[in-house]
Design a protein around this ligand. Structure first.
Ligand SMILES: Cc1cc2nc3c(=O)[nH]c(=O)nc-3n(C[C@H](O)[C@H](O)[C@H](O)COP(=O)(O)OP(=O)(O)OC[C@H]3O[C@@H](n4cnc5c(N)ncnc54)[C@H](O)[C@@H]3O)c2cc1C
Length: 435
């Protein structure tokens, strides 16, 4: 027994010159909201968990996003007519989409595969799959807020889809009908009644639709508070720790080499957001995800501040009010891993807000931010065990809904690893769907 104990705690077992602490049951790569959610649910189930994060927790897309828990956002981006619609808006100069012209084969393939998903069959399939993960995630967020003390300006006021163009507004009825079977249809408001429920909207707004099931929070506050709660439950967090490569042997991962040393674990989770495909490539695992760059500007609350988060539909811009501040966010740029702040895109957010709101800007800007969403070709996340490697799980490709689906993802991954009944059908999220 004594000999076994010595071996159990020895360097040989871990293959490192560190201490015993370099081994855990589970090692999560990526300290965004998805990696954190996986770690949290596994730690709650009694597993020893370590997160390695190349920068600091929430340094990627999980920090300055719009903070919507958008459970009614069922239709995927790749919907019938999406390509034509965006092309027209690009020609008109009103599209929030920008594709930087450059020779990039992987982006070209990604765009072709995305276009191939713009059909009715995929729309129906994706709506059902998104409803399953969003519904569970919403319930799990309620449980999470009941179980942990997470100060993050959470409120449930729904999301108000605001329109300036009457024909686009009427057209939304078609989208809304798709949500009826799921009990998520919005309530219509005309020019007068929309300003009764949201007096911050200006005279240009001709009406809109109120989705009441949605809620919102301040994402960077959630990341801070939830990281603390995870630490309290024993999750070890290594910041400034960059995965360089996984070591594999006999069809399993047996170590993670990082800039700060080598870590071992029984199971590994790749939750590196938009950066996951490069890591997958090292292992021969193809992950069809492209970085979709978005921007936000955070400021003090304007004098006339909305009380309901508003989606400014014709401009694809989100306005999120919190007790502690106010944020404008949006745009979708395919320009690789460029992390520069583009002044034109930032000022477009302000221009959009001015088209819909009485007081579009707060007095003091507190942050101008950009990051990369992990965009999958079918606008469904990829949550699965990697078939070629028995102990590697993947959780990425959450696109525009990573915050909204974080709890459901974390719970699904934890239940897969622990062999427990799964909270929803995982098949639509399987990596094998890409062939
Ligand atoms: C402008 C904008 C607005 C948005 N609004 C919303 C919204 O309202 N609601 C919503 O649900 N979603 C929203 N999203 C989407 C959401 O932010 C993302 O889907 C989500 O944050 C993705 O989480 P993630 O953990 O997968 O990725 P990330 O948060 O990007 O985390 C991945 C982490 O992995 C780390 N990493 C990468 N490579 C390595 C490595 N080799 N070693 C160690 N660590 C590594 C990165 O540093 C990063 O911190 C928005 C996104 C943007 C850009």
């Amino acid at each position: 027994m004594e000999e076994y104990r010595r071996f159990y705690h020895s360097k040989e077992r871990f293959g490192v010159n560190n201490t015993t602490s370099s081994h855990s049951d589970i090692l999560v790569v990526g300290g965004g909201v998805i990696g954190l959610a996986c770690a949290y649910y596994l730690a709650r189930a009694g597993q020893s968990v370590r997160i390695i994060e190349q920068e600091s927790m929430g340094a990627g897309a999980s920090h300055g996003n719009c903070g919507l828990i958008f459970v009614s956002d069922l239709p995927p981006l790749c919907a019938p007519g999406a390509i034509g619609h965006e092309l027209i808006r690009t020609l008109q100069g009103t599209s929030p989409l920008y594709i930087k012209p450059r020779p990039d084969l992987s982006l070209a393939f990604w765009l072709l595969r995305f276009a191939a998903h713009c059909n009715r069959r995929h729309l129906k399939h994706a709506i059902k799959a998104r409803d399953a993960i969003l519904r569970i995630s919403g319930e799990l967020f309620s449980d999470l807020f009941a179980d942990e003390n997470l100060a993050c300006d959470f409120e449930q006021r729904g999301v108000l889809m605001a329109f300036t163009d009457p024909s686009t507004m009427v057209g939304y009825e078609k989208t809304n009908r798709l949500l009826e079977p799921f009990g998520l249809a919005a309530t219509f408001h005309d020019r007068k009644s929309i300003r009764q429920i949201e007096p911050a909207l200006n005279e240009r707004v001709c009406g809109g639709w109120h989705h009441r099931a949605d809620s919102h929070l301040r994402p960077e506050m959630l990341m801070t508070a939830w990281t603390r709660a995870a630490r309290d439950r024993g999750v070890r967090i290594e910041e400034g720790c960059r995965l360089e490569r996984f070591d594999t042997r006999n069809g399993t991962v047996n170590g993670a080499r990082t800039n700060t040393g080598r870590f071992t674990a029984d199971q590994f989770i790749l939750a590196a957001g938009a950066w996951a495909p490069a890591i997958g490539r090292q292992l021969g695992v193809r992950i069809p995800v492209q970085p979709g760059k978005g921007y936000s500007i955070t400021m003090d609350r304007p004098a006339v501040c909305p009380t309901i988060p508003c989606y400014l539909v014709e401009r694809n811009t989100v306005v999120t009010p919190w007790q502690s501040g106010y944020r404008l966010g949006g745009t979708m740029e395919f320009s690789g891993f460029d992390d520069q702040l583009d002044e034109r895109r930032l000022s477009n957010l302000e221009i959009s807000a001015a088209l819909y709101l009485k007081t579009p800007l707060g007095r003091r800007v507190t942050e101008r931010w950009t990051s990369l969403r992990p965009m999958s070709v079918d606008d469904l996340p990829i949550i699965d065990r990697v078939p070629q490697l028995g102990n590697l799980y993947i959780a990425t490709g959450h696109g525009m809904l990573g915050l909204s689906t974080a709890t459901g993802t974390g719970r699904l991954v934890a239940d897969m690893i622990l062999g427990r009944p799964l909270p929803f059908d995982p098949l639509p999220f399987a990596i094998g769907r890409f062939g």
